[in-house]
Design a protein around this ligand. Structure first.
Ligand code: SAJ
Length: 396
């Protein structure tokens, strides 16, 4: 079977290379010539455990090829970004462009799968509707389904195979054809539903997490106001058999959890009140951290601040929508201190000079922990007695 994966990012590339090693002939398509060139030379442009090995082996075996151009295939998988634009409205232009191109390549018997996280209605109203430009009978000649990706960055290759998958077609036959495809390589359960229910289920998963993190973040601000340790409160409360509070942090980042809840708000603005408020609580958390740091800095004459971490979460190199990055940028703009910035997972940053954790700690008056990277664990054994420590992740 020939598979064409459109979009070779954090989801598309792992999917394409996994299918390549499972015996499918895979064409990976991306608009960036640089990405295409990198992959065709057997290399990767994103950091994810074991992905480099998988891509190299798929490319070397001749089962994975990348191109900037679509070609004919049996199955098309769309894995392009769905960001939002001003006013928190979903930006579906990548899906629209992919669909427009696809309409020129599909043939009877094809299956088109949308994996990108999308507002409810996208599979039917944008993809299936757009494919009608091919002149084919969409739903009968060509099957269309939504199968949202659910993998956790840092564990993508394992979760691609192990996680249960939701498959929702625009009609029953589409659901069945798409589900059979996933059953060929997924070890988890393949759950059948409609396209719009599949879309909503994915948005709900990430909103559930966002709302629960917002609860933890609100608690951290309340406890700080009252003067007790939020970490101890959560540890004790979580001893209750039915309580499981998540961890407060500097805010919620990444391109999923900080984005997807807005798609629900856009669909039902009057009803989605808790979901919207949770987003606002999490988006305001960096501001709260900046205020705490600037208040602490005001007590020094020429303060030196160590900022530990820029990534959006532990043990990744991804800085997209990272609250840590936002906090560091804001502190830099405030010009109140000399900043020493440390991010062990990237080699360099265009806007900041990076230093080692040891150097940052040694020279700092104030230490701000922004990411709980594994390599920061040695902080516990370092001498911080003379320093003001603002630990947004509860590492200490
Ligand atoms: N965070 C906290 N406290 C916590 C947990 C997370 O502050 O207790 C923060 C993280 O530091 C990070 C953000 O939340 O800034 C999101 O991190 P994450 O690890 O919760 O999730 P992502 O964005 O890496 O991946 C999520 C996953 N969704 C769920 O767990 C419901 C993943 O399964 C999805 O596939 C992915 O979004 C996606 O692509 O939608």
């Amino acid at each position: 079977k020939k598979i064409c994966v459109i979009g070779l990012g954090y989801i598309g590339l792992p999917t394409a290379s996994l299918l390549g090693t499972k015996g499918y002939d895979v064409l990976g398509v991306d608009i960036s010539p640089k990405v295409v060139e990198t992959i065709n030379s057997g290399n990767v442009h994103i950091v994810e455990p074991d992905l480099d090995v998988l891509v190299r082996s798929a490319v070397q075996s001749g089962r994975l090829q990348a191109s900037t151009k679509l070609a004919e295939a049996d199955i098309f998988v769309i894995a392009v970004p769905t960001p939002f634009k001003d006013g928190f409205q979903p930006d579906l232009s990548y899906i629209e462009n992919a669909t427009r191109e696809l309409a020129q390549h599909i043939r009877p018997g094809n299956l088109v799968i949308l994996e990108s996280t999308s507002p409810v209605g996208t599979t039917a109203n944008i993809v299936a509707e757009g494919l009608k430009a091919s002149g084919l009978d969409i739903g009968r000649d060509v099957f269309v389904a939504h199968c949202p990706e659910r993998v956790l960055p840092g564990r993508i290759l394992t979760e691609l195979v192990e996680n249960d998958r939701i498959v929702g077609g625009i009609n029953e036959q589409s659901t069945e054809v798409a589900a059979s495809f996933y059953e060929e390589f997924v070890r988890g359960e393949v759950l059948r539903t409609t396209a719009s229910t599949a879309e909503m289920a994915k948005l709900v998963e990430n909103s559930f997490r966002d709302v629960n993190i917002a609860f933890a973040n609100e608690l951290s601000m309340i406890c700080d106001r009252i003067g007790i340790s939020v970490w101890e409160v959560i540890e004790l409360a979580n001893k209750h058999p039915r309580v499981n509070i998540l961890r407060p942090g500097p805010g919620v980042g990444g391109h999923c959890i900080a984005v997807d809840p807005w798609f629900i708000v856009a669909n039902a603005p009057n009803e989605a009140r808790l979901i919207r408020t949770a987003r606002e609580v999490n988006d305001n958390k960096p501001d709260w951290v900046v205020t705490r740091v600037t208040t602490a800095a005001a007590k020094f004459r020429n303060p030196v601040i160590a900022c530990l971490g820029l990534a959006f979460k532990a043990d990744v190199d991804d800085l997209r929508m990272s609250p840590a990055l936002e906090i560091v940028r804001r502190l830099k703009d405030e010009k109140i201190a000399n900043l020493l910035i440390c991010e062990p997972n990237i080699r360099q940053h265009p806007d900041f000079d990076l230093v080692s954790m040891e150097e940052a700690i040694e020279r700092a008056d104030i230490v701000v922990v922004l990411v709980d990277h594994r390599s920061f664990r040695k902080l516990k054994s370092m001498d911080l007695k003379e320093k003001v420590v603002i630990d947004t992740r509860g590492m200490l």
